[in-house]
Design a protein around this ligand. Structure first.
Ligand SMILES: NC(=O)c1ccc[n+]([C@@H]2O[C@H](COP(=O)([O-])OP(=O)(O)OC[C@H]3O[C@@H](n4cnc5c(N)ncnc54)[C@H](OP(=O)(O)O)[C@@H]3O)[C@@H](O)[C@H]2O)c1
Length: 339
């Protein structure tokens, strides 16, 4: 089997997890280069990596680059992504910068791997909250077309990056020690609180919505290849360290029974049904952390309108929501002979 030279760009929460996933899945890597802003040595999962500063020359000889650098003008993808493509590197990007770019496929391999066929060297990983929602929608959409989705998210601080994880830890410590609680990453204290605010306000298009909520709408349309699925989202940051949870209400064209939904979800790769509410069994962020699957429970009929279901969807935002999905895209590109 051919082996590839792989670069991982960024070694924060997502980049570190990508290194773990590559090792765990025995990815056919001949060599793994780790690039970030600062040169140093990092030990991830017992392996020592020489971290090099990211420069365009660092991509010489690289076949696949998994980008997990910060978003925006100062981030790795905007600075180096397309330049790396010009050097023949296949770029798989975790950030939001190019997800809606028409040149860029936005892929969840279990759902729309076909979109990879027309790739132009740059592929985007969807947002973490979108990935777990569409994984739970896809098998049901095959039974009956989904007309509308109402989603509320309960998103862990790891979704903001390592600085936010440190902020929650520090706030817990300061609370226990009776000290003043300081907030730098978030606009308010996150410990013992809920923030209905993820991303920035995008007034020009969807008045009153934060960008994470708009991502869930637009990315769902791009992944399913249709704007006919109406989506409305409220995204909330919660004081949970890791794994995002979502309440998802689905309205279908025709009736989908709870039994049909459970069967379809159970048979879909990457989805596990955990649903025994009588025994207090349902997906929990603590249980999902470190796992690859999207866990679905509390599957029940919505009695308020015809043809609707409610469910509770939990997944590790750093794994399926980011690192794992990115590595699965790379595996799929290889399997489909597209590199
Ligand atoms: N966390 C999630 O749940 C999640 C889910 C989906 C997507 N994402 C996306 O994945 C990306 C990484 O997120 P994260 O949570 O891992 O962030 P993080 O913990 O803050 O780490 C960011 C990493 O990016 C590196 N970096 C920043 N600017 C760079 C540049 N210009 N060139 C090279 N490296 C650069 C940093 O390098 P230094 O270490 O040298 O400072 C650091 O290693 C972001 O775009 C994020 O939106 C995150």
């Amino acid at each position: 089997m051919k082996k590839y030279t792989v670069a991982v760009v960024g070694i924060g929460l997502v980049g570190s997890e990508i290194l773990k996933v590559l090792k765990q899945r025995n990815f056919p890597a001949e060599r793994i280069k780790v690039l970030a802003r600062r040169k140093r040595v990092e030990v991830i999962d017992g392996v020592e990596y020489e971290v090099e500063p990211t420069t365009i020359e660092a991509f010489d000889g690289v076949d696949i680059a998994l980008f997990a650098g910060t978003e925006g003008a100062k981030g790795a993808s905007q600075q180096f992504g397309w330049e790396a493509v010009k050097k023949g590197v296949l770029v798989i990007d975790n950030g939001q910068d190019y997800r809606m770019d028409p040149r860029v496929p936005l892929v969840v391999p279990e759902i729309n791997a076909d979109a990879l066929k027309n790739h132009q060297g740059f592929i985007a990983n969807p947002n973490c909250s979108t990935i777990q929602m569409v994984m739970a929608m896809a098998p049901l959409h095959k039974i009956s077309r989904i007309k509308r989705v109402i989603v509320s998210t309960y998103q862990a601080v790891s979704g903001t990056g390592s600085g936010a994880v440190r902020e929650l830890e520090q706030q817990i410590k300061d609370y226990v020690e009776g000290k003043d609680i300081k907030s730098e990453v978030y606009p308010h204290q996150i410990f013992s609180n809920l923030l209905p605010h993820i991303g920035s306000l995008k007034d020009e298009e969807y008045t009153g919505y934060y960008s994470e909520e708009i991502k869930m709408v637009k990315e769902t349309h791009k992944i399913f290849g249709t704007e006919d699925i109406k989506v409305t989202a409220t995204c909330v940051r919660v004081p949970v360290f890791n794994s995002h949870s979502e309440t998802v209400n689905l309205e279908f064209e025709n009736e989908v029974t709870v039994e049909q939904a459970k069967e379809a979800l159970s048979n879909f790769p990457g989805v596990v049904v955990v649903d025994d509410p009588g025994n207090a069994v349902y997906p929990l962020p603590i249980d999902a952390t470190g796992k690859d699957e999207v866990f679905v429970g509390r599957i029940r009929k919505d009695y308020s309108i015809p043809n609707a279901l409610n469910m509770w969807v939990v997944s590790d935002n750093i794994r399926k929501g980011a690192a794992l999905n990115a590595v699965q895209i790379a595996e799929k590109v290889i399997e489909m002979g597209l590199i």
